[in-house]
Design a protein around this ligand. Structure first.
Ligand SMILES: Nc1ncnc2c1ncn2[C@@H]1O[C@H](COP(=O)(O)OP(=O)(O)OP(=O)(O)O)[C@@H](O)[C@H]1O
Length: 363
């Protein structure tokens, strides 16, 4: 058995049942992808998943899950015998019993359980009790008259169940930031379609999506556009105009425009990027203002106020950092030696007017 705890969704008032059902459906779907047909039932703010303990690693990555405990289910009276066998090869410096009655129906209080089972362990193994920092914590949850015994509680990703908030298009590079931005939105229940402009690293983009898929109840569609072919005509015109320093701003403008087009096709409600204020020379408020002005839908930038080390910490946690390759990040062949850092609306409009005259921009 695996005990699954969820937090935020329990606070959702009358929506609670809908969210809970969605979480159950998502856990089942996630396990089904691993070929497991698991029974999941809800009871008193917990889900009980009838699956082998190894799947707790997978379940803890399902958005909405706050923590998981691989557990053994038994009658209360069977606990001493179970502990005698299960713990016989262990010798922790200290232990504690952490009992909880999930519904109050059971005839003993949590404190009585702590004392009774604790006294048994002391008598059987001679271990020391330490209530503050025990080396071994033995968890017991009494759920519907049955005891669930466990020895670890793994943190889940938290957030809200997948597919409860609508769809966004993620502009995803193979850098550190945008996969993290995607993860943060998945964690809030958003469905994603990813758009990647490929500079020869589409394999890395696919690997990023494989990692993000662990946090999504439905497989994320990855759309790959050839970066060179797509931007070459625009870069040629910028060269003709003597405006090569605008390349990076124009590149973002075109990426956003393409993302908006895909968002409309997929009935998505906005765009997600990994922009973080001031992180690179071109990520200024002026440039973000200009880039945002070309699309008519919301752009979500979940990393905008984050420091790089916070983003790196999340990337490491979720598993996208390992895929990131420094060399891949600087592979854009169009990058000019100096870039516009505070572009003006006037400057941008002049360039877009020129593109229009060349039938490169509909605007
Ligand atoms: N090749 C790409 N394909 C799709 N989106 C991209 C690509 N390059 C950049 N973007 C989008 O533009 C945002 C800003 O990119 P930029 O290169 O300026 O910053 P960054 O901090 O290096 O971002 P990242 O770490 O995500 O690459 C990215 O977070 C991403 O959303």
């Amino acid at each position: 058995m695996i005990i699954v705890r969820y937090g935020e969704i329990a606070l959702k008032g009358k929506n609670r049942k809908t969210f809970e059902n969605k979480l159950i459906e998502n856990i089942k779907k996630t396990l089904a992808r691993k070929g497991v047909d698991a029974k999941v039932r809800s009871t008193q703010g917990r889900l009980i998943v009838d699956a082998s303990h190894e799947f707790s690693e997978i379940i803890r990555k399902v958005p909405g899950v706050v923590s998981v405990s691989p557990a053994w289910k038994m009658e209360y009276e069977e606990i001493p015998e179970f502990l005698s066998t299960h713990l016989r090869n262990m010798n922790p410096a200290s232990f504690k019993i952490d009992a909880r009655r999930i519904n109050k129906a059971f005839h003993k209080t949590s404190q009585q359980i702590n004392e009774e089972i604790g006294a048994f362990v002391v008598q059987r193994f001679g271990w020391k009790v330490n209530l503050n920092q025990p080396e071994l914590a033995i968890g017991i949850e009494m759920i519907e008259g049955q005891a669930y015994v466990f020895f670890e509680t793994k943190k889940g990703v938290g957030g809200l169940p997948s597919s409860t908030q609508g769809r966004l298009v993620l502009l995803m590079s193979v850098g550190i930031d945008s996969p993290v931005a995607g993860f943060l939105m998945l964690k809030r229940g958003v469905s994603l379609t990813a758009l990647h402009f490929d500079q020869g690293h589409a394999d890395l983009a696919r690997q990023m999506i494989d990692v993000l898929n662990q946090y999504s109840s439905e497989p994320i569609e990855l759309i790959v556009v050839n970066h060179l072919e797509y931007f070459q005509p625009y870069v040629t015109e910028l060269e003709r105009m003597g405006k090569r320093e605008w390349t990076c701003v124009i590149c973002k403008v075109l990426m956003l425009k393409k993302a908006e087009e895909i968002a409309k096709e997929r009935s998505a409600l906005g765009i997600v990027t990994g922009d973080s204020l001031g992180q690179v020379a071109s990520q200024t408020l002026e440039n973000l203002f200009l880039e945002s002005s070309v699309v008519k839908m919301p752009i979500y930038r979940p990393l905008i106020g984050m420091d790089k080390d916070e983003t790196v910490r999340i990337a490491r946690q979720i598993g996208t950092f390992e895929i990131f390759v420094e060399a891949a990040r600087h592979s854009c062949p169009f990058r000019p030696s100096s870039v516009v850092t505070r572009g003006s609306t006037y400057g941008l409009n002049k360039i877009l007017e020129h593109f229009k005259s060349k039938s490169l921009w509909q605007g």
